[in-house]
Design a protein around this ligand. Structure first.
Ligand SMILES: [Zn+2]
Length: 328
């Protein structure tokens, strides 16, 4: 294994928590305005809030790189404890409108506890996180409202799900249109042009060589453009694996009915010109064969390292049933 930058090589004013799925990595900036970038999965909200408080005291500001469930799950709890929530447009506006598509929660079948966005962020907007100023950098692709956060003096870039040590974020050609992969590539080029010294991805370790990480991600993003079918498959594998992780697997005989009922799978099947039944069977077969999922104790489970989720923590309404947006 190549050596990873440890917390010792990170600036002392920044606290980094590398977390397994279903939680995104969490960045904490203690100081005058204690701030948290991304808040993990709803099932671990207590743990996220307690960790932040232990290291920085009460959190003033939460910034979300984007609205997926593994990034916004602690928002509701932290907001109830007094934090202001900032997120990129157009996702911030959709949250304010209570758009049923919020967070892709229903579409992806990933629970998110209801929250409101107090500060919609536009490109270039400057935020004080802890004791330092950061710029919001619009980086759509993985989602339309995806943001990176840039600290120009220290040349640190929080990249969210746009790239990781091992891959680029999946894109949703059904929901976000056929140009979503091209949009993601354009965003990656913009981030690479900032020439960061340190990049902080939402999943996996901190890349040791940011330039090499961008080169690999740019090649991978080009492949997403060149191979739309492969891109649809990639998204389907990621969404299905996440569904298995948050449910401690799904009983083997319930997996295909579960998949047939998912909008993301029906959409993917449509784009691939196959039936949902054929896609569901293929997805399970190929992922079992590759080792991405395994059959154990009668349940199909995700093979990747992940933290268990208590089922009762997932009993939150879909955004279409969220309480009305209240002015704070
Ligand atoms: Zn995401």
């Amino acid at each position: 294994m190549s050596p990873q930058p440890s917390n010792a090589t990170l600036p002392s004013w920044l606290t980094w928590w590398q977390r397994p799925f279903p939680d995104a990595n969490t960045l904490l900036l203690p100081g005058r305005q204690p701030a948290l970038v991304d808040t993990g999965f709803v099932g671990h909200a207590d743990e996220t809030a307690a960790w932040a408080r232990a290291h920085a005291g009460p959190i003033d500001l939460v910034v979300n790189t984007h609205w997926h469930s593994d990034h916004v799950g602690g928002n509701a709890l932290l907001q109830a404890q007094g934090a202001t929530i900032a997120a990129g447009t157009p996702e911030a506006d959709a949250i304010t409108r209570r758009d049923p598509g919020c967070c892709g929660a229903e579409y992806l079948d990933q629970p998110v506890a209801p929250y409101t966005v107090n500060v919609p962020l536009d490109d270039g907007q400057v935020l004080q996180l802890g004791d330092t100023d950061w710029q919001a950098v619009r980086t759509p692709g993985h989602t339309p409202g995806h943001l990176a956060l840039w600290q120009p003096e220290e040349r640190i870039l929080v990249v969210g799900d746009a790239l990781s040590d091992y891959d680029v974020g999946w894109v949703n050609l059904a929901l976000d249109g056929p140009d979503a992969a091209t949009t993601a590539l354009t965003s990656l080029k913009r981030m690479a042009d900032l020439d960061p010294r340190l990049i902080l991805p939402s999943h996996g370790p901190i890349p040791t060589d940011p330039a090499a990480a961008f080169s690999a991600a740019l090649r991978r993003a080009q492949r997403l453009i060149d191979d739309p079918a492969g891109t649809i498959w990639y998204g389907a594998r990621r969404i299905f694996a996440f569904a298995l992780m948050i449910r401690d697997g799904i009983p083997a005989d319930e997996v295909e009915p579960y998949l047939h009922a998912r909008v993301w799978l029906t959409d993917a099947a449509h784009l691939l010109a196959v039936t949902p039944e054929v896609l569901a069977t293929e997805l399970v077969t190929t992922m079992l064969r590759s080792g991405a999922i395994v059959l154990r104790d009668g349940r199909i489970r995700a093979a990747a390292d992940h933290t268990p989720v208590a089922p009762e923590t997932m009993r939150v309404p879909y955004p279409r049933a969220w309480p009305a947006n209240e002015a704070r």
